[in-house]
Design a protein around this ligand. Structure first.
Ligand SMILES: [Zn+2]
Ligand SMILES: [Zn+2]
Ligand SMILES: [Zn+2]
Length: 255
């Protein structure tokens, strides 16, 4: 399985509009972060996790030719505002896009994209074709076996995902008791680490390090970073086996 990090930034992206801090002005390409998303490719499946406002740019940069399904972690703007660009995949693949999420996320999508689901909206090339699929346990997309992982994003329960020995937990501030047994024997963990200072709905870097140590994956990559975390400087002080992910990072894993 190939994992491509399409975006590793928080909701504002990095650089942030109208910020002149050192990270936002950095020459290091790893300090440029689009909104969070990954793309998974197996022999028979191509899957996006989340579809944020940078989906068009991410698809062009990484020459994404097709998407068989989108897994949504939750319905916040930085994870779903790319929905309109799904139209291109509808056209290329001549079909509706299966969109997996928990019931609250699917409700958020129906509400935020009400025009898409309103029978009165004129059809034509203007509407993405979305097939919303409520997640009620593990499921498969072709040869990709997906285990949803319940996590908390502030007080809101959302989903992370595991497939094989790879897990992706973005927008996480707490891992509940029932999730820990689902996180054993990981080769790669991707985990939310927003910034150094605590935050009510995201792990701080220290909280992320502590959770990553307890999970014990062979390698951990942090994501959803804001401009407080400069890439090189932050990576230099992380424990062995842990690093910040960056946009464009590609991992090849056994499925
Ligand atoms: Zn900045
Ligand atoms: Zn969020
Ligand atoms: Zn987010």
């Amino acid at each position: 399985m190939k994992v491509t990090f399409l975006g590793t930034g928080t909701s504002h992206g990095v650089p942030m509009i109208a910020c002149e801090c050192a990270t936002c002005r950095s020459d290091d390409p790893r300090d440029t972060r689009l909104r969070p998303s990954i793309y998974l490719e197996t022999a028979r499946a191509r899957v996006l996790v989340d579809a944020g406002p940078d989906l068009r740019q991410q698809s062009l940069v990484h020459r994404i030719r097709g998407v068989d399904a989108i897994l949504f972690t939750h319905g916040h703007a930085d994870h779903i505002l790319g929905m309109d660009d799904v139209r291109r995949f509808n056209a290329v693949q001549r079909g509706a896009m299966p969109c997996y999420g928990d019931p609250q996320t699917l409700d958020d999508i129906r509400r935020m994209f009400a025009y898409v689901f309103d029978p009165a909206t004129p059809k034509g090339g203007g509407l993405p074709l979305l097939e919303l699929v409520a997640i009620a346990g593990p499921f498969c997309i072709a040869d990709l076996e997906v285990q949803p992982i319940p996590i908390f994003h502030g007080r809101r329960p959302i989903l992370g995902y595991r497939t094989g020995a790879f897990a992706y937990l973005t927008d996480c501030s707490r891992i509940p008791d029932e999730a820990w047994p689902l996180l054993g024997n990981l080769e790669v963990l991707v985990l939310d680490a927003l910034r150094v200072r605590p935050h009510p709905t995201h792990f701080s870097l220290d909280e992320a390090i502590a959770s990553a140590a307890r999970i014990g994956a062979r390698r951990t990559y942090f994501t959803h970073m804001c401009h407080d975390l400069a890439h090189a400087e932050t990576c230099a002080r992380l424990p062995a086996g842990m690093t910040l992910a960056h946009d464009g990072l590609v991992l090849d894993l056994e499925q």
